[in-house]
Design a protein around this ligand. Structure first.
Ligand SMILES: [Zn+2]
Length: 262
């Protein structure tokens, strides 16, 4: 007997689509992550939205519950955030991926986690983001330049100091996978909480001679209430087809960020 499971939204559970229009409207808007400022070696970090609501539910469904079809709408939101980013993010003139060659480096997951999930979920997201940006005319590659050494534990539940200690020295370069010299390098991750992962990735890449210009994450879980929204109005539908003219208009209105990076 064939069982046809109904399609439900990964954000809210409503029947019909894997990512419904209401959740697409409610996610975001993208914001510069303010809770990491002042920490050494954390690049300017752009998040699609907070770690809450439909965005959090969709990420967890994709990451932990096998809803792989959600990679498409999640990647669409990441790509849209890049295109709407202000000039300071990535330090490359705002439209970084379209203005010059850009390589996305996914934050590595533990090998055991990849095995149990059956997917390197951040790598898959990065690949789909690159495809979408390339379709918009950008020259974008994905470099799986980092891996996680065995050992350590999942960082969930650890305080900032313990997260840092848990990861220190465990993010290793893949020399054969490093981005070519002279390109813009952006880190990609799913959630930023304390910045420990991003800091470790930046440090490892720096030792390999690679400078990270910015980081892109789905969810800002820093707990900062000091959100600096960028690129679009809160009520715009998010996750629709990328449209260069629309984003050019949004960028023109976004201007310079109000505060400098520390
Ligand atoms: Zn929904």
């Amino acid at each position: 007997m064939d069982l046809v499971l109904p399609v439900v939204c990964g954000g809210c559970g409503a029947a019909g689509r894997s990512w419904c229009a209401r959740c697409a409207t409610g996610a975001g808007p993208p914001r510069l992550v303010c809770g990491l400022r002042g920490l050494a070696a954390v690049p300017p970090t752009l998040a699609v939205g907070g770690y809450a609501g439909p965005l959090r539910a969709a990420l967890l469904a994709y990451k932990e519950h096998g809803r792989r079809e959600l990679a498409a709408p999640l990647a669409a939101m990441l790509a849209a955030a890049i295109l709407a980013a202000p000039p300071a993010w990535g330090a490359t003139g705002g439209v970084a991926p379209l203005a010059r060659p850009c390589w996305l480096v996914p934050a590595p997951s533990r090998a055991a986690a990849i095995r149990s999930r059956g997917i390197d979920h951040v790598l898959v997201l990065a690949e789909q983001v690159a495809e979408r940006l390339a379709a918009e005319g950008g020259s974008v590659g994905v470099s799986a330049a980092l891996r996680m050494r065995r050992g350590g534990r999942d960082s969930v539940g650890l305080d900032p100091a313990a997260r840092w200690a848990n990861l220190r020295g465990r993010v290793l370069p893949r020399p054969a996978g490093l981005p070519p010299p002279g390109v813009t390098v952006l880190l990609v991750d799913d959630v930023v909480t304390t910045g420990a992962t991003l800091r470790n990735c930046v440090a490892t890449l720096a030792e390999a001679g690679v400078t990270v210009r910015g980081a892109l994450v789905l969810c800002d879980a820093t707990g900062s209430r000091d959100a600096e929204f960028v690129g679009r109005r809160r009520n715009d539908t998010f996750g629709g087809r990328l449209h260069a003219a629309r984003f050019a208009q949004v960028r023109a209105g976004s201007g310079e960020p109000r505060r400098g990076w520390s």
